[in-house]
Design a protein around this ligand. Structure first.
Ligand code: CLF
Ligand code: SF4
Length: 291
């Protein structure tokens, strides 16, 4: 049985409502590929960028298990093992393979997975069986016209789709998948990338829709303009605060996101042990994928 939202609020750094948590997470960069093309996404293997989508290297599920053991020894406040890329966790089998190993060998660790949701309906039962405790789905719009401006296309069931057709499939699968996994008692967070020129006025509709589908908590992630969305601006604090307030009418809002790398380790915004586990970031660079 997955851990309840009430319990996650106190034990998972990204499911804290209100004050910032002092718990930690270790990210395991086991998922190299992706099946959709977000226009802001710039995935890279490097040691320097501090943002989602970036890792120093891809590791195997067996290596990931050893990384979790080492991370917990270095930082006992780490309660969560998460897979957040650098690609999508369901586009390749390695994330679920990793969680199977963690479930067997480290049953006390909270298992957290992040996905774009395209394959969520297909993998819902496996996610439930593996015992994922917290699932994040990135939903940037529930209106296909807006989603098509954010995501260039998808590869699905062996075919390539673009434009509104791709957006409709993606949104349908995200919402169907959220319903299926939430119904089994898994706590779901939705991340929405706030893009001032595209979805700022629409985020509250996303919040309302995903709450109705069963999500429990919502995270507004400010865009870092890059790649095909380099023409957009980064939202300022006033807009972020306004949009979070609008979302909060419908759903709990998480306010302490650090836009972590896919191989981050430690307490978000606090103690960082990634340098002992992976190659260390040596400078900050203002680039972005998703959370
Ligand atoms: Fe990692 Fe994401 Fe799980 Fe947290 S991060 S997979 S839910 S354990 Fe957290 Fe980092 Fe923000 Fe993500 S601060 S980018 S929301
Ligand atoms: Fe894939 Fe995430 Fe990049 Fe979107 S942001 S293309 S889901 S890796």
């Amino acid at each position: 049985m997955a851990i309840s939202f009430a319990e996650l609020k106190g034990t998972h750094p990204c499911f804290a409502v209100g004050a910032k948590s002092n718990k930690g997470r270790v990210h395991l960069p086991v998922s190299p590929g992706c099946n959709i093309q977000c226009r802001f996404c710039d995935r890279r293997l490097n040691d320097v960028d501090v943002r989602p989508g970036v890792a120093s290297a891809i590791i195997t599920p067996q290596e990931a298990l050893e990384v979790v053991k080492k991370a917990v020894a270095l930082c006992p406040d780490i309660t969560v093992a998460g897979v957040a890329g650098p690609g999508d966790t369901l586009a390749t089998p390695y994330a679920l393979d990793t969680f199977r190993l963690i479930k067997r060998e480290l049953p006390g660790i909270i298992k957290c997975m992040s996905t774009n949701g395209l394959l969520l309906p297909q993998y819902a039962n496996e996610i439930i069986d593996v015992g994922i405790d917290s699932l994040t789905v990135t939903v940037n719009a529930v209106d296909p016209r807006l989603q098509a401006q954010i995501c260039g296309g998808i590869t699905y069931a062996g075919a390539r789709y673009a434009g509104a057709e791709a957006a409709e499939i993606l949104i349908h699968n995200q919402l169907t998948g959220i319903k299926a996994v939430a119904a089994a008692g898994v706590t779901i967070k939705v991340n929405t990338v706030l893009i001032p020129q595209i979805n700022a006025a629409h985020v509250q509709e996303v919040a309302k829709t995903v709450r109705e589908a069963g999500a429990k908590i919502f995270n507004v992630i400010p865009l870092i303009p890059q790649h095909e969305l380099a023409w957009c601006s980064a939202p300022d604090c006033a807009l972020i605060s306004k949009v979070r307030g609008e979302a909060e009418r419908y759903i709990n809002v998480f306010r302490h996101c650090q836009r972590c790398r896919a191989d981050a380790a430690g307490i978000p915004g606090g103690k960082d042990v990634s340098k002992e586990l992976y190659i260390r970031p040596v400078k900050l660079e203002n680039t972005f994928s998703h959370g």
